[in-house]
Design a protein around this ligand. Structure first.
Ligand code: FES
Ligand SMILES: [Fe+2]
Length: 463
């Protein structure tokens, strides 16, 4: 439970708010770069600021305030020129630094244009995303987290703008237990309602809930702890019947990279080639652009198809009839976050032992807000070029994925997809259980899965 004041302090992201000032120390992914090929001018909202992103005809990126300072029409309907963006109404031209270059309807020989400038922020492209920095100068370096720059990987991303505050998405990162019900029991119920459970009794049986209930009946419980590192923390989890040197407890799993990147390694099993980041970008106090960024990593001997850009697809929160779409993992998460309310009222919550990592994230966030207020630099603000290449690869636990989690009681639930699909007669491939099914290059991904399977089979034959 938080006080009303603390809930405000941790959630609001506008200029001048404590959390907004903290988040302005970081680069934020604001837009899929591939979309600029369709339309080089886009309206974006980030940290409660209305802005316009453009790629001019010289190839340069710019991010400026939305309103033209002449008579306030939107630059989102502007025209990209050789350098900068021209307002559609009377043709004022602005460059990426916000300088007014031309006022074509004004008499020449005056200094009027030199007296006019607009707000402009630095932008960079990396990993198929456009990133922006809205904070005090000098801007730090843009960190090159592993999956955005890894050379032998096939990338796709999916996202959705959710009608809720960013911290709700972020608190889910520490909430390992929710998989049992949100992705287990609810998944089963959603398929049941849609008549999609197979007749195979094994496929209908809910191993997640059963495993967890049986463990509880034996007196086994799972405990959690944050294992802090330079970039955030990994999540430690341990069953009460396990030894403390179990890797999921001693090293932890699935790092949280402050402020809001969550890294998943490849899971155990030869078909699981997907690494991913999840991040919820704070659009404003009550909206979050949530993105799953997938990188399919295969052995070097398998060729990766060339990608000119990283495709982006919107994933649905609802069906055409307005009901929530609950038949995939990310959809289940998004519904739970949105249904906590626009800014969930944490004065009314009742946290339990299974919320230990939710509390750990809040504490870290609170500490970093305090640092900025005290005039210091928060964590993960990089100013040394030697530090920005795949920093998370230097921390233990970044590559652990499912294998060590499977050793734990709740970790057993991470195999939930198999409870429905491994034995199903439907023969649904693994990636259909989650948001990957919406990836534009789904067929390419399936082909990569098949190639990895073939390679593994050939290697087994040799042995
Ligand atoms: S409103 Fe933009 S140039 Fe007039
Ligand atoms: Fe989830």
């Amino acid at each position: 439970m938080l006080t009303r004041e603390m809930n405000e302090r941790l959630t609001r992201v506008g200029p001048g708010t404590p959390c907004g000032e903290l988040l302005r120390r970081y680069w934020h992914p604001i837009y899929p770069e591939a979309r600029l090929a369709d339309n080089p001018v886009a309206k974006v909202r980030i940290l409660c600021e209305d802005l316009v992103l453009f790629r001019d005809r010289g190839g340069g990126l710019g991010l400026v305030q939305e309103r033209c300072p002449h008579r306030m029409t939107s630059l989102a309907v502007g025209i990209p020129e050789a350098e900068g963006i021209r307002c559609c109404y009377h043709g004022w031209l602005f460059n990426a630094e916000g300088k007014c270059l031309e006022q074509p309807l004004e008499p020449g020989g005056t200094s009027f244009k030199d007296k006019v400038s607009i707000k402009a922020y630095p932008v960079q492209a990396l990993g198929g995303l456009v990133w922006a920095y809205l904070g005090p100068k000098p801007a730090p370096l843009l960190p090159r987290w592993d999956l955005f720059v890894r050379p032998h990987g096939f990338r796709q991303m999916v996202g959705h703008q959710l009608p809720c505050n960013w911290l709700q998405c972020m608190e889910n990162r520490g909430d390992l237990g929710h998989a049992v019900y949100l992705h287990g029991r609810l998944f089963q119920y959603a398929l049941e309602r849609e008549g999609r459970l197979t007749d195979d009794p094994k496929a209908r049986y809910n191993a997640m809930v059963k495993t967890q209930a049986e463990a509880l009946a034996r007196g086994v419980t799972t405990k959690y702890r944050p294992i802090y590192n330079k970039y955030g923390f990994t999540k430690g989890m341990l069953n009460s019947d396990q030894s403390e040197d179990t890797r999921s407890w001693s090293v932890g799993v699935n790092p949280i990279l402050f402020p809001y990147l969550l890294a998943f390694g490849p899971e155990a099993g030869d078909k699981r080639i997907r690494k991913s980041y999840q991040f919820g970008v704070p659009v404003d106090d009550t909206h979050t652009w949530h993105v799953n960024y997938f990188c399919y990593v295969v052995p070097e001997e398998i060729a990766i198809p060339h990608q000119d850009s990283v495709p982006y697809a919107e994933v649905p929160l609802q069906k055409p009839n307005g009901e929530y779409r609950l038949d995939y993992v990310l959809g289940q998460d998004m519904v739970a976050w949105a249904e906590q309310g626009e800014i969930t009222d944490r004065t009314q919550e009742h946290l339990g032992a299974s919320d230990a990592l939710v509390v750990a994230y809040r504490n870290l966030l609170r500490e970093q807000i305090d640092l900025v207020e005290a005039g210091q630099e928060p964590m993960n603000v990089f100013r040394d070029a030697a530090e920005i290449d795949s920093p998370e690869l230097r921390i233990a636990g970044n590559d652990t994925g499912g294998a060590p989690m499977r050793a734990t009681m709740l970790g057993a639930s991470i195999g939930y997809r198999e409870n429905y699909h491994k034995l199903s007669k439907g023969g649904w491939p693994y990636i259909d259980d989650d948001a990957d099914r919406f990836c534009p290059d789904r067929e390419v991904i399936l082909e990569l899965f098949r190639k990895v399977e073939d390679l593994n089979a050939r290697q087994k034959e040799k042995v």
